[in-house]
Design a protein around this ligand. Structure first.
Ligand SMILES: C[S@@+](CC[C@H](N)C(=O)[O-])C[C@H]1O[C@@H](n2cnc3c(N)ncnc32)[C@H](O)[C@@H]1O
Length: 806
């Protein structure tokens, strides 16, 4: 139930990303005053300027690619020009999932019915029909409407609070689709290659945790990776709301994600090793893309859009997908997805990957899965647009463009090598410029530009129709592309070579036109970034200021993009460190907190004894800290067995993984003031409480709903002031320090009422000299109080806003 605070850097990031582009009020300084698309007049010097939601190049490009058929074009672009309705998902693994769903179904769906409805929708909010269990919802109000309309304030507050707590996640509807097709089971090892800001990671974790019983952890785990350190911070913040011990967050180039393969000799020395290499049952490959599927949410893209954006990302997307497949177990599933509509980033990438895998990877036909989701088959044919010319085959590419326009971008693939005949004569793509008189500038007979000789339309042989494209006007969403792949055999060895070839092509500093230059931009407007940022109010940021340390990821030092195989010795690294600066080092990674197994038996035993933690709850090898100095450990994190195995493997392979976050915060050292007369130096954190509670036998109190409510409202109650005098007495008999108060479940028998299970509601408190003080955040109090009121008195609870901030 807990959450962390936010660092200053993170707040800045939130604020920047929170800017709502639809709200822009000033004239865009970058826009061309002669641009026909500008809509303001000169008479008013500072009018509100809506975005020009059109771009002739966009129309030309996608009409020619037949992204939708001719008759639908108008409907397609009309919907693209409207703002995106909000959508959100209930965290199906939270203990309040059912309560929240019925609140939406029985309360909000009715009370909001009379509010503004747009876009042909008749309901204010409705479950997304294709999402299992009514856990995902479409709201027919844009964010702007939610913020402005007073009658929607209660709903808006509800969304904000539940999002912050982690009970719901605001997420674009189409972005929820890829994890559903991944078919994740609770024992799966899952890699999310490009994970920030983490809405899909959250979904994957939910699935892993879905049927977990109180006090147990699933066998599986998720590694969520992102290249961008700042976005990794968002990812950590987002996933912290999940309170999971089964997650590792890493910071790597996905295309070079480490395999952590242990060499054979090492295996013999350590026979008890559980895993000897990182291989995954599932891989989510939600790659960086041009992002034109998010136009409804990021209308500034209309202005920036050009076809080169997608072309420049194609190679990276292929590389990332290939790395994902090489880390996938045989029989495992990988989902490749983008929020772009461009076939060069979608069908072309999938076709190229299938070509390279030579039969070891298959496209899965998922047409029978999620039947209510309207989707369109992948295109069998597409073209490449370059320098004002449509190219249908790699044979059409002029030589001087071959470093930019790759054969793999075309439906049949091919190779520029094949275009050289057996005598070594150059192919049609000879790069001789043609003068208007038909002769080349050097007087030789000119070879025509191949672009003037268009080849016949190409079709791919792969069953690309198994891929799916979701378009906005089918179900009032953004656009997305999804391909489901299964690895059926080891990848051909040749892959390593082609990987290097493509790396060279990718990094080659070709003379790129401004169009090509733009192509390397990475889509940072992905839905969830804005979604999280909107959900974090300034108020919450300040309220959580104290917890900022938890979220800090030390700024990573510049890393070579090629990560070296052998880690430099720590001594060498330390020598370079200025004497006074405390540089965090995690194996070969500088500037990142170390991951250290916590083995201090004296402390572990004192914690076990103080809280009466049963031996059935394994602590040995499951505790980690982020501090090499055992004497100054402030927080101890709990990791699942699966995560423990990966962390151990990582140590054995020289810490190839750069871990930015790991584990569930379980114990926190008392501050000097709190802890001076407490026999145990560590308190249990609210995040870790649900996991450890079933194993605790000491420092526990049971409170009636009345006293529990009192605690949540007042935060601090004298023993003598409890309605139930027995509670006050029992509290006085506890050891001073951290304790847990469990809500009694009324009319059940004492044994039943005291049984801890998934529905148990409990909070951490501090037993002082004469009073109990609640140790959960104001927001958690507010949420619990609200849930309690709804359970005790559904009529009252759903309509009374609870203010717990005092
Ligand atoms: C489309 S977004 C991912 C959205 C995310 N899956 C979600 O659902 O919240 C693409 C992400 O890829 C990251 N990225 C860009 N290049 C990368 C690379 N070479 N390796 C890993 N991540 C990369 C970006 O920082 C960005 O966060």
């Amino acid at each position: 139930m807990g959450r962390g605070g936010k660092s200053r850097t993170q707040r800045k990031h939130f604020r920047q990303s929170r800017e709502n582009v639809w709200k822009r009020s000033k004239i865009d300084p970058n826009s061309n005053p002669n641009d026909e698309n500008r809509t303001q007049t000169n008479s008013n010097p500072n009018p509100w300027t809506p975005f020009a939601t059109e771009n002739p190049s966009f129309d030309h490009y996608y009409k020619e690619q037949h992204i939708v058929n001719e008759q639908e074009w108008e409907q397609f672009v009309t919907v693209l020009r409207t703002s995106l309705p909000a959508s959100f998902r209930i965290n199906s693994s939270t203990q309040f999932a059912d309560d929240i769903r019925s609140q939406l179904e029985n309360d909000f769906a009715h009370s909001l019915r009379d509010e503004v409805a747009e876009g042909g929708e008749t309901e204010a909010i409705r479950p997304l029909p294709w999402y299992p269990g009514n856990f995902a919802w479409h709201s027919n109000f844009s964010r702007m409407q939610l913020r402005k309309n007073q009658t929607l304030a209660r709903f808006h507050e509800f969304l904000k609070l539940e999002n912050e707590i982690g009970n719901i996640t605001r997420q674009e509807a189409v972005s929820m689709v890829p994890p559903l097709f991944l078919d994740v089971h609770s024992d799966h090892f899952v890699l999310d290659m490009c994970a920030a800001p983490g809405s899909k990671t959250f979904q994957l974790l939910e699935t892993i945790h879905q049927s977990t019983k109180a006090g147990s952890l699933p066998d599986g785990m998720v590694i969520a990776n992102d290249l961008d350190v700042q976005r990794c911070n968002l990812l950590i913040h987002q996933t912290k709301r999940m309170c999971t011990a089964n997650l590792i967050v890493t910071n790597h180039e996905a295309q070079n994600f480490p395999g952590c393969r242990l060499n054979r000799n090492r295996e013999r020395i350590e026979p008890d090793r559980h895993i000897d290499q990182l291989l995954f049952d599932r891989v989510l490959c939600d790659v960086p893309c041009s992002g034109d599927g998010t136009l409804r949410k990021a209308p500034d893209l209309w202005r920036k859009w050009n076809s080169g954006m997608g072309q420049g990302l194609h190679s990276l997307q292929v590389l990332i997908a290939m790395r994902g497949l090489s880390l996938l177990k045989i029989g495992g599933r990988m989902v490749y997805s983008t929020c772009s509509m461009n076939p060069i980033e979608n069908e072309a990438v999938v076709a190229e990957v299938l070509r390279r895998c030579g039969g070891s990877v298959e496209l899965v036909d998922v047409s029978s899965e999620l039947p209510q989701l309207i989707r369109r088959p992948g295109l069998k044919s597409w073209k490449v647009y370059d320098k004002g010319t449509w190219l249908v085959s790699c044979k059409d590419v002029p030589k001087f463009r071959r470093s930019v326009i790759l054969p793999g971008m075309f439906p049949s693939g091919g190779s520029y090598q094949d275009l050289v005949d057996s005598n070594g004569n150059a192919d049609m793509g000879e790069d001789i410029s043609v003068c208007p008189n038909g002769h080349s500038e050097d007087g030789l007979q000119a070879v025509e530009n191949p672009a003037n000789h268009q080849s016949a339309e190409e079709f791919t042989d792969f069953p690309i129709e198994h891929c799916m494209r979701i378009v906005p006007h089918d179900q009032n969403t953004g656009a997305f592309f999804i391909a489901v792949l299964q690895k059926v055999a080891p990848l051909p060895a040749i892959q390593e070579k082609s990987k290097m070839e493509i790396v060279e092509q990718y990094v080659e500093p070709v003379n790129q036109s401004p169009e090509d230059g733009q192509a390397l931009q990475i889509n940072s407007s992905e839905s969830a970034l804005e979604e999280i940022s909107n959900a974090v109010s300034e108020e919450n940021v300040n309220a959580n200021e104290k917890n900022t340390e938890d979220l800090e990821v030390s700024p990573a030092e510049e890393q070579d993009s090629k990560e070296t195989k052998e880690p430099p010795s720590i001594e060498n690294v330390e020598k370079k460190v200025p004497a006074k600066r405390k540089l965090q080092i995690q194996g070969k990674w500088r500037g990142v907190d170390p991951v250290v197994f916590f083995k201090d038996e004296a402390i572990i035993n004192s914690i076990r004894a103080f809280y009466g933690i049963s031996e059935q709850f394994p602590l040995d090898g499951h505790l980690v800290t982020r501090n090499n100095d055992a004497g100054h450990v402030k927080r101890i994190y709990y990791v699942s067995k699966s995560v423990k195995d990966v962390v151990k493997l990582n140590f054995s392979v020289g810490q190839q993984l750069k871990i930015t976050s790991v584990g569930l915060k379980m114990f926190e050292r008392q501050s000097a003031r709190e802890g001076s007369d407490a026999p145990c130096a560590f308190r249990i954190s609210s995040e870790g409480l649900p996991l450890i509670l079933p194993y605790m036998t000491k420092q526990i109190l049971h409170a009636s709903p009345e006293d529990f409510k009192r605690l949540l409202q007042d935060k601090d109650v004298k023993f003598a002031d409890f309605a139930d005098p027995e509670l006050g007495e029992k509290a006085a008999n506890l050891m001073p320090g951290c304790c847990v108060v469990i809500l009694d479940r009324g009319n059940r028998s004492a044994t039943e009422s005291h049984k801890v299970d998934e529905s148990t509601i409990a909070i951490g408190c501090w037993r002082g000299r004469a009073r109990l003080t609640v140790m959960v955040t104001a927001m958690d109090c507010q949420e619990l109080l609200q849930r309690l009121l709804i359970r005790l008195d559904p009529e009252k609870g759903s309509s009374v806003p609870v203010d717990c901030s005092s």
